[in-house]
Design a protein around this ligand. Structure first.
Ligand code: COA
Length: 275
């Protein structure tokens, strides 16, 4: 891979957009490599949590203006649609439905199209020093691709409109204040904070984690009655699909063994089955 870097470390796949000389702007080649890598990691047991970040001082400067705008201006509608579909396959469809937990680690510059994978990850942690911007207005376009939609899932209307219309930048602390990211920490602590968070997720039952992600994403779009019915069925499906029978084990350790408090932490997974 030329534009994506992978480091596998104790269950964590650190996946970096990697074109540091171009501030990790997302090219067609990067989209292709990222889609391929995410597909491979889906079934790779060495990846239990996927962390999306950027190489060097940048998370990503957004879509590559040469590849996605200048080069496609002369392309046919069919060619343009193919390129956008490829990008969607990892930036949002792929990440939104990824079967493993995903964390965006925003280490630096984050502009325009980079907001899409950021919003599509389950969780996000930024460096205080990171610089974000919905810069499209500054160079004469709307936040297209699917940026407007992506940010509407994680930002309030007031905040989104403000930054869409002014194109002003903001830092990691402000991103955390607006809940665009879960939290921000000094850059020197970013890697270890994200590693710790990934390890918390790795301590949970992976089948239930996967089902919980889907349950939240879909039920949030439903009315109460549809959601109640769907979640009833989803809960049964989750229990049925769980090879470690977490629900029974969790209840047994709390009610019979009295060895833990579910309100304060997870059941012991080494005894319940596959870890
Ligand atoms: N698309 C294409 N190339 C990009 C790019 C992008 N989105 N962002 C950066 N680059 C290229 C620059 O053209 C430059 O290329 P060069 O070395 O061939 O001249 C190289 O990356 C380094 O960028 P540079 O602008 O010199 O770095 P900087 O540290 O001075 O500024 C940014 C960094 C991120 C503030 C600045 O590059 C920038 O504003 N980029 C565009 C951000 C943007 O609006 N993205 C939205 C796209 S949807």
């Amino acid at each position: 891979m030329k534009t994506v870097a992978l480091e596998l470390e104790d269950g964590i796949a650190w996946v970096a957009m990697s074109r540091p000389d171009k501030k990790n702007a997302i090219s067609v080649e990067m989209a292709r490599e990222m889609a391929e890598l995410m597909d491979r990691l889906e079934t790779d047991e060495r990846c239990q949590v996927l962390v999306l970040t950027g190489a060097g001082e940048s998370f990503s400067a957004g879509m590559d203006l040469k590849d996605y705008f200048r080069a496609t201006d002369s392309a046919t509608a069919v060619e343009r649609a193919r390129v956008y579909r490829l990008n969607a396959s990892w930036q949002w469809r792929g990440l939104l439905h990824y079967p493993k937990p995903t964390i965006a680690m925003v280490n630096g510059w984050c502009f325009g199209g980079a907001f899409t994978p950021l919003a599509a990850c389950d969780l996000a942690v930024a460096a205080d020093e990171a610089v974000f911007g919905l810069s499209e207005i500054n160079w004469g376009i709307i936040p297209a691709g699917v940026v407007c939609k992506a940010i509407s899932t994680v930002m309030t209307q007031r905040d989104a409109m403000y930054y869409i219309m002014t194109g002003e930048t903001f830092d990691g602390k402000r991103a955390a204040e607006m809940r665009l990211v879960n939290e921000s920490v000094p850059r020197a602590q970013l890697h270890s904070r994200v590693g710790n968070l990934a390890r918390v997720l790795m301590g949970k039952n992976p089948t239930v984690l996967r089902q919980a992600k889907t349950a939240f994403r879909y039920s949030s779009r439903m009315g109460w009655d549809e959601a109640a019915d769907y979640l009833f069925a989803k809960s049964d499906q989750s229990t049925f699909m769980d090879p470690e029978r977490g629900r029974e084990e969790g209840m047994r350790q709390f009610l019979d063994e009295k060895s833990y408090k579910p309100g304060l932490g997870s059941y012991r997974r080494d005894k319940g089955g596959k870890r």
